[in-house]
Design a protein around this ligand. Structure first.
Ligand SMILES: *Cc1c(COP(=O)(O)O)cnc(C)c1O
Length: 352
């Protein structure tokens, strides 16, 4: 048997290779013209504001929080069902993470639980989980300074507006498993020029007239060229992923369900199936593997942020249940029709 159908794989086209090669031939491979082009692309995509490309999504989160004024132990609400990059960024900025449970259908931060679980929070990180829109507007209405974590929803839109334009700042990641990738990379976008300027100032330490502690969080032009090339086909990528999702939805057995979402123009970063209980979930994982399909548990129990911080799991029932009952199926732009058929047939023939 040939290997498993990969759960995820970057799609690198001849155009992407040529774009990187052009940078290699140019003699300038560090931060330069391609990074500027990437930043301009985001200003146009988001309808104004400013953008600062950096080395990773985690760096972008840190810079957005820092620019927003997170310091001195300021309380930052974060959804527990996400990734430890959120904790790292909050701690690096000097804030205190306050972990909040998610809603069991959308997997996004439970805005109704905010007052109870995060009293006194001034800031929040809203993760659009696997492409599904988080309730950012309601978080802003509660007076929070919100950083929208768009690492998994690039290309998605709500009421014609790209996701990310509602909060005080938005961050993106171009890591290898994301929708558009340069291997690594990240970006901060904001309408607030102060946030963008602070990020630009901090990402580069060399050749500065006045000394201040800064770092080196730059992106290279090789990464930016690959990202720019992929961004030029982003809507096509979204449509391909949506078509794969529709195929799976048509064949999925009735006792399984999927993550709910109100985003009409959704970017399906992940197709996550919910099993009725942990035993069925484990059986589904085993069945898909036997059929040659690479599936993963999207967020394992030990990865939940409340567990990393040794908080009582009883306070986070929705996330605990998601960690025990979910399976993520392959969904990426490079999948062949035969691979999509193999996955959907295997899914339709699953019996617990
Ligand atoms: C990937 C990801 C990050 C971190 O991005 P890196 O580029 O890997 O540092 C942060 N938040 C979310 C929701 C992500 O998916």
């Amino acid at each position: 048997m040939a290997g498993l159908i990969p759960h995820n794989q970057p799609q690198i086209t001849p155009e992407d290779r040529e774009a990187v090669d052009a940078v290699l031939r140019s003699g300038w491979i560090a931060q330069g013209e391609q990074v500027l082009r990437l930043e301009q692309h985001f200003v146009e995509r988001m309808g104004g504001g400013g953008a600062c490309a950096v080395a990773s999504g985690t760096a972008a989160l840190f810079l957005a929080l820092r620019g927003l004024g997170v310091r001195g132990g300021a309380r930052v609400a974060v959804p527990t069902y996400s990734c430890s990059a959120l904790l790292n960024a909050v701690f690096m900025a000097g804030g205190s993470p306050i972990v909040v449970d998610v809603t069991p259908d959308t997997f996004c931060l439970d805005v109704d639980g905010l007052a109870r679980q995060a009293p006194g929070a001034e800031f929040a990180i809203a993760v659009h989980a696997f492409g599904a829109a988080a309730p950012v507007r309601r978080m802003v209405e509660q007076g929070l300074g919100v950083v929208e974590d768009c690492c998994q929803c690039l290309g998605g839109a709500l009421s014609g507006e790209p996701l990310g334009t509602c909060g005080a700042a938005a961050v993106f990641s171009f890591y290898a498993t994301k929708i558009v990738t340069g291997g690594q990379g990240g970006l901060v976008w904001s309408r607030n020029p102060g946030i963008v300027e602070a990020a630009r100032d901090y990402r580069q330490f060399d050749g500065r007239e006045r000394y201040e502690p800064r770092f080196n969080l730059q992106m290279t032009d090789m990464q930016a060229a690959m990202i720019n090339s992929q961004l030029s086909r982003l809507e096509r990528i979204r449509c391909v992923r949506e078509e794969i999702a529709r195929t799976y939805l048509r064949t999925m057995p009735e006792f399984l369900s999927v993550q709910a979402d109100r985003t009409p123009q959704r970017m399906w970063q992940r197709f996550v199936v919910l099993a009725p209980d942990p035993l069925v979930r484990d059986a589904l994982l085993k069945h898909m593997k036997e059929r040659g399909v690479g599936c993963i548990v999207p967020v394992e129990r030990f990865e939940l942020l409340h567990r990393y911080l040794a908080l009582d799991p009883e306070g986070y029932p929705a996330a605990e249940r998601l960690a025990d009952t979910t399976v993520s199926l392959p969904i990426h732009a490079g999948m062949t029709a035969a691979e999509v058929a193999t996955v959907s047939t295997a899914l339709s023939e699953f019996e617990p």
